[in-house]
Design a protein around this ligand. Structure first.
Ligand code: NAD
Length: 576
C-alpha cells in the first residue's frame, strides 16, 4: 500500500515562536549563560538582559538566530578536519542547545557524519583524555542499587521523558568495545533524533550502562574513567539490564527504550526478552534492517519480482546482516510464505563461510534461523574458511546480494559478473561504511552489470553516469528511519513498538521515491530527513492505531505529528 506523502515542512526560518511561548527561570547572570537550555548568547533581547541580570556580560549588539547560524557555520567551515568540527559542534551543543540544533538541522547531510557515525569514533578514542561537560546518565553494574537514585537526580516526572537511549558500548560502529567513552554514541544519535525528527532534547536521555570493558588498552590506561574490569557477563549482566528496564519503565512509563551498539548476541536477547512488554527498539538490528527493507521494496518495485521470489545472499552475518535478514524475512512472510519457507530464501556467509546446520557449534544463536541444510551444500567447494562468497554466488544464483561484513572490495568483478549473468536486475546493497570500506564501488557495479544493477550503499557516493544515464546512489542511512519511527511512537503513545510499525516505517521511506525513472535512487535524499521523518511518523502512528497499540485519539494525524516536533527556536525567557 502506498503511504501518504507529506509535503516538506515549512522552512524553519519562517517559523516563529507562537505568542506567549516563553519560559521562566530563577537563574540569573552567568548561571543563565552557562545553562545550554537557557543560553541564547547574543540573541538575548535588551529586556531579557535587564531582567536576567545579563547586563555587561554580552557585547551590545543583538543578533537574530539566523545571524548566529551564519556566524557559527562560518566558524565551522574554517576548521581543518572532521575531528575539529566534531569538537566545535560538541562545544556549541554544550553552550547553546537551540543554536546547535538550528545549525545542525540546516546542514543535516553534511553534519551527520561529523556528529555521529565515524567521527564520533575518533572523539570516543580521545574521551578519557579530554575533560568534557558530562551529558547523559552513567549507570554502573557495580552499583546496581543506585540506578533509581541516578534517574531520580534528573528531577523529571513520569510524563517528562519520551526516549531513553542506552548503550553498553560493546560494539561501537568501527571501534568495537569502547567502554565508558561509548556514551558519545547515544549522545550523537539523540542529536540526530532531534535535528531530523524533532524529538524534544529535554525529553530524551542518553545512558551509559557501564559493565566494564575487555579492551586491554583502556584497562591499562591510568586516565580511563570507566569501570576498570573486564565485561561482566551472564546472570549479573542480565540482572543489571533487568534493573535498568524496571526502573526506567516504572519512572517513565511512556518512554521508548532504545538500545545502541550492543554485541549482536546481547542485543537480540534483550530485544526478544522485552519486546511486547515495553516500548523497545534496537537500531543496529531493526533500524538497519528496516532501512534496507525500504531500499529492497524500492528495488522490487523497479525490477517487478516480489521479495518472496528473490534469492538473497548476505555477506557478513553480524548485527546488521542478521537484522537485515530478519526484516526481509518478516516482509516475505507478510507476502504469504511460511516462516520456514521464508528463511529458505536466504544464504548467509560469515567468517567461517556459508552458514549451515552442519556447523552448529560455530553458529551464534541469532544466526541459526538462516543456517542452510548441510546436505544442500555437501558437494560445494570449500576453502580454509568454509564455503566462500564466490562459490555461494555461483551455486545460488542470487538476485539480491547484501554486504554487511566490513570487508572492503568483497564484491569482486568475477562475483558480480557471475550474479549478473543470471539476474536481469541484480539488486546489490553494499552497506559497509565508510565508502573506502565498501564491498564494491557503485561505478564498478554499474560498469560490470552494464547499468542493470539496482544499487544502494551505506556511505555517500556521487552519482555515476554510464551510457548517458545518471545513476543516483541511494544511501542506506538509518537516520532516514529511526527519527520518524520514534516520533510516530511518541505521538501515538504506542504501548510497544511492533514489527508492523517498523515495517510501516520502511514502506513509508520507500514511498517517497519514484523508481520508474532510469537511474533513480532507491531511497530519498539525506537532505530531506525532516520531511521524511514526518511521513514515517504518520505511517507509524497509523500502524500503531491499526494494531490497537495507540493510547491517543487522532483528529488530524499529520498536524498532530507536526505539532509534536520540537523546533530549534528561541523562546522568550522571563525571570521568576
Ligand atoms: P558486526 O561486527 O556485528 O558484523 C560483521 C560481520 O561480518 C561479523 O559477523 C563478522 O564475523 C563478519 N565478517 C568479518 N570479516 C568477514 C569475512 N572476511 N568474511 C565473512 N564475514 C566476515 O558489524 P555490524 O554492526 O553488523 O556492521 C557490519 C557492517 O555494516 C559495517 O561495515 C558497518 O559499517 C555496516 N553498517 C551499515 C549500516 C548502514 O549503512 N545503515 C548500518 C549498520 C552497519
Amino acid at each position: 500500500m502506498r503511504q501518504r506523502v507529506i509535503p516538506l515542512l515549512a522552512p524553519m526560518t519562517k517559523q516563529r515562536p507562537e505568542p506567549g511561548r516563553f519560559c521562566r527561570t530563577s537563574s540569573r547572570g552567568l548561571a543563565v549563560l552557562n545553562s545550554p537550555l537557557l543560553n541564547k548568547g547574543t540573541a538575548f533581547t535588551a529586556e531579557e538582559r535587564k531582567a536576567l541580570g545579563l547586563t555587561g556580560f554580552l557585547p551590545p549588539g543583538i543578533s537574530t538566530i539566523l545571524d548566529q547560524v551564519t556566524r557559527a557555520y562560518f566558524q565551522y567551515e574554517r576548521l581543518p578536519d572532521p575531528l575539529s568540527k566534531n569538537i566545535y559542534l560538541t562545544a556549541l551543543h554544550d553552550r547553546n542547545e537551540v543554536l546547535f540544533y538550528r545549525l545542525f538541522s540546516e546542514h543535516l547531510n553534511e553534519m551527520i557524519p561529523i556528529v555521529n557515525d565515524l567521527t564520533v569514533g575518533l572523539a570516543m578514542e580521545k574521551y578519557h583524555h579530554e575533560s568534557r561537560r558530562p551529558r547523559g546518565l552513567y549507570l554502573s553494574i557495580d552499583h546496581i542499587n543506585s540506578i533509581e537514585e541516578a534517574f531520580a537526580n534528573l528531577g523529571a516526572g513520569p510524563g517528562d521523558i519520551d526516549l531513553i537511549l542506552a548503550t553498553d558500548a560493546e560494539q561501537i560502529l568501527g571501534l568495537g568495545d569502547w567502554g565508558v567513552g561509548g556514551i558519545e554514541a547515544p549522545i550523537g544519535k539523540l542529536a540526530i533524533y532531534t535535528a531530523a525528527g524533532g524529538i524534544d532534547p529535554r525529553r530524551a536521555i542518553p545512558v551509559m550502562l557501564d559493565v566494564g570493558t575487555n579492551r586491554e588498552s583502556l584497562l591499562a590506561d591510568p586516565m580511563y574513567i570507566g569501570n576498570r574490569h573486564p565485561r561482566i557477563r551472564g546472570e549479573p549482566y542480565d540482572a543489571f539490564i533487568e534493573a535498568y528496564v524496571r526502573v526506567a519503565t516504572d519512572l517513565f512509563p511512556h518512554a521508548i527504550l532504545q538500545w545502541e551498539d550492543f554485541a549482536p548476541g546481547n542485543g537480540r536477547r534483550i530485544l526478544e526478552k522485552y519486546r511486547g512488554r515495553v516500548s523497545i527498539f534496537n537500531d543496529n538490528m531493526q533500524g538497519t534492517g528496516a532501512i534496507t527493507l525500504a531500499a529492497a521494496i524500492s528495488a522490487v518495485r523497479a525490477c517487478g519480482t516480489p521479495l518472496r521470489n528473490q534469492r538473497i545472499v548476505i555477506f557478513g552475518a553480524g548485527a546488521a546482516g542478521i537484522g537485515i535478514a530478519d526484516q526481509l524475512h518478516d516482509a516475505i512472510v507478510r507476502e504469504g510464505l511460511s516462516p520456514a519457507d521464508a528463511a529458505r530464501r536466504f544464504w548467509c556467509v560469515d567468517r567461517l563461510g556459508l552458514l549451515h546446520d552442519g556447523m552448529s557449534g560455530d553458529l551464534h544463536d541469532y544466526q541459526v534461523t538462516y543456517a542452510r541444510p548441510a546436505a544442500e551444500c555437501a558437494s560445494w567447494k570449500r576453502g580454509a574458511a568454509g564455503i566462500g562468497l564466490a562459490e555461494v554466488v555461483h551455486r545460488v544464483k542470487p538476485t539480491m546480494l547484501i554486504g554487511a561484513s566490513t570487508v572492503a572490495g568483497s564484491f569482486t568483478e568475477a562475483i558480480v559478473k557471475d550474479m549478473a549473468s543470471h539476474a536481469a536486475r541484480p539488486i546489490i546493497f553494499a552497506l559497509c561504511n565508510p565508502p573506502a570500506r565498501a564491498a564494491a564501488n557503485p561505478a564498478d557495479l554499474i560498469a560490470w552489470t552494464g547499468g542493470r544493477a539496482l544499487i544502494a550503499t551505506g556511505g555517500a557516493f556521487a552519482p555515476v553516469t554510464h551510457n548517458g544515464v545518471t545513476y543516483v546512489i541511494g544511501q542506506i542511512n538509518n537516520a532516514m528511519l529511526y527519527p520518524g519511527l520514534a516520533l510516530g511512537a511518541i505521538v501515538s503513545r504506542a504501548r510497544t513498538i511492533s514489527e508492523a510499525m517498523v515495517a510501516a516505517a520502511a514502506s513509508a521511506v520507500s514511498s517517497l521515491v519514484t523508481v520508474r525513472q532510469p537511474g533513480a535512487s532507491l531511497l530519498p535524499l539525506v537532505d530531506d530527513l525532516r520531511s521524511v521523518a514526518v511521513t514515517v511518523a504518520v505511517a507509524v502512528a497509523e500502524a500503531a492505531y491499526a494494531e490497537g497499540l495507540a493510547r491517543v485519539k487522532f483528529r488530524d494525524i499529520v498536524q498532530q505529528v507536526r505539532d509534536a516536533m520540537w523546533q530549534p527556536e528561541y523562546c522568550c525567557i522571563l525571570p521568576c
